[in-house]
Ligand binder design. Structure first.
Ligand code: FAD
Length: 448
């Protein structure tokens, strides 16, 4: 891209050029804070109308909702937890509860993990013996390191459990069989911080997850950072191995912002397209899945009081259903209604993506009884939100693709990548906070 006309959006004549941070999600905001701590001037640009990225909250029917159930993991990196609790504490505080989870498994709603009696009822004595036997065999099997997520999961849970639960789950969620996924995905899923079947401690901000990031943005602005919303980055300008600015588009115009360095939280393949002399990553693409969220305003008996229900049945298109009233107890406190949030996942070119909002809402409503929702519940309204490229897929060979991206992008001496998409990892907010705060000295000390 040719160098755009560069504008000093800091409005302070004669000051150094800022570091431009692309994305006002958790990673971008954490990076901006880190830069301010180092005494560097910062401009954050985001194409969305609000801060928080995928962790923002939206206003519907007089209440605030997160994009799907959003909690912070209390047993994640202590530095991230402390930082997040400080922010959440300033905006209404935090609810701390142990998650009550359910699952739709072979057409039944069971607790998660299911009790022995539920297992017996669902798969019978022979099936239960197969599941238990598979687990025992797995503990006795002493193979070397797993090459795929499937091998890693079988080694931990036994083949029968993997076929029953993990295969339908990853096919629905990630559009891939565990054999097509990296062993790193199994580690992420199983990691002590994201237990698969152990108790999950939920930390949820009373004012919504987005309030935490709004508070961080407020603090950054108070310290002099500029945060430009509704302002989309459409390209970068470079000179040799330096990035010299970002090209942005807002409602009115396209203009450039000169930058002494750039920190990006956009997907790596997008960044590659903006830079000269780069190509799409070799090997399997750094694939991401889309999420489609359907919020349903309902009245009457809901009959489903888990925090969320995950559907392991591939016959159901909804992947997870959250009762927002249970998720955040303050919501709908004195009202005879609640909102249910149905999550669908797709690859952008399948039939889910092609459905209209109304059709998607109808599909969600038709599947509610399978999730244990009382068929008498009345649906009063719906709202559909599409989140393209919201779930990075850790395909087999993702490590090689990442290494190729690193090699191409590390050439640019004043460019850093942060966050879930910048690093293409199946990360939560805590990871984005951490990567945002760990940008290298090359960005902090880049000469203007
Ligand atoms: C349904 C769902 C449920 C989740 N549940 C949890 C949970 O319970 N706990 C948890 O910790 N995490 C959860 N996550 C993950 C969490 O939302 C993300 O890990 C986190 O928001 C990532 O932060 P980030 O800053 O790296 O990326 P993002 O939040 O995606 O922020 C990236 C920002 O970059 C902006 N951007 C992109 N392209 C451009 C461009 N060209 N120009 C300008 N701006 C641009 C976007 O608008 C966005 O604001 C969930 C995610 C989803 C989709």
């Amino acid at each position: 891209m040719s160098a755009p006309a560069v504008e000093d959006v800091t409005g302070r004549e004669g000051t150094d050029q800022p570091v431009v941070v692309i994305g006002a999600g958790p990673a971008g905001l954490a990076a901006a804070e880190h830069l301010l701590d180092a005494g560097v001037q910062v401009v954050v640009v985001d194409g969305a109308p609000a801060v928080g990225g995928l962790s923002r909250s939206i206003e519907l029917w007089g209440h605030r909702f997160d994009l799907g159930p959003h909690s912070f993991l209390s047993d994640s990196h202590p530095e991230s937890v402390a930082r997040w609790l400080d922010l959440a504490g300033a905006v209404g505080g935090v609810e701390r509860t142990e998650a009550v989870r359910s699952a739709v498994w072979r057409g039944r709603v069971v607790g998660f993990p299911p009790s022995p009696a539920q297992v017996l009822r669902t798969v019978g004595a022979l099936g239960a013996a197969r599941l238990a036997g598979g687990r025992v065999a797995a503990t006795l099997d002493r193979r070397g390191p797993a090459a795929t997520a499937h091998e890693a999961l079988v080694a931990r849970h036994g083949r029968a459990v993997v076929e029953e639960l993990f295969v339908p789950y990853t096919r629905k969620y990630l559009g891939a069989h565990p054999r097509e996924l990296s062993a790193a995905f199994a580690d992420k899923l199983q990691g002590t911080r994201r237990g698969w079947s152990g108790p999950v401690d939920l930390l949820t901000p009373r004012e919504g997850t987005g309030a935490v990031w709004e508070e961080l943005a407020r603090r950054l602005r108070a310290r002099g950072a500029r945060i430009l919303l509704d302002t989309r980055v459409v390209g970068l300008s470079t000179s040799g191995t330096r990035v010299t600015g970002v090209q942005v588009r807002d409602a009115g115009a396209e203009f450039g912002i000169g930058a002494r360095a750039v920190v990006s939280s956009v997907p790596a393949p997008v960044l590659l397209r903006w830079l000269p002399g780069t190509r799409a990553p070799a090997g399997p693409a750094l694939r991401s899945r889309d999420t489609h969220l359907v919020h349903l305003l309902v009245e009457g008996p809901v009959g489903q009081d888990s925090h969320y229900v995950t559907a392991y049945d591939e016959s159901l298109r909804v992947g997870r259903l959250t009762n927002t009233r249970v998720w955040r107890p303050g919501t709908f406190r004195d009202e005879p209604r609640t909102a249910l949030c149905a999550e669908f996942w797709s690859s952008g070119d399948d039939d889910l993506a092609a459905r209209s909002d109304h059709e998607l809402a109808q599909l969600a409503v038709s599947e509610l009884p399978a999730f244990g929702v009382d068929p008498r519940v009345r649906v009063l309204d719906h709202h559909v939100l599409r989140l393209p490229r919201s779930v990075p897929v850790l395909t087999l060979g993702v490590e090689a693709a990442r290494a190729d991206v690193d090699e191409q992008l590390d050439r640019f001496v004043n460019l850093a990548r942060v966050g879930r998409h910048g690093r293409h990892d199946w990360d939560g907010q805590e990871d984005s906070l951490l990567t945002g705060r760990s940008i290298g000295a090359h960005v902090l000390t880049a000469d203007a």
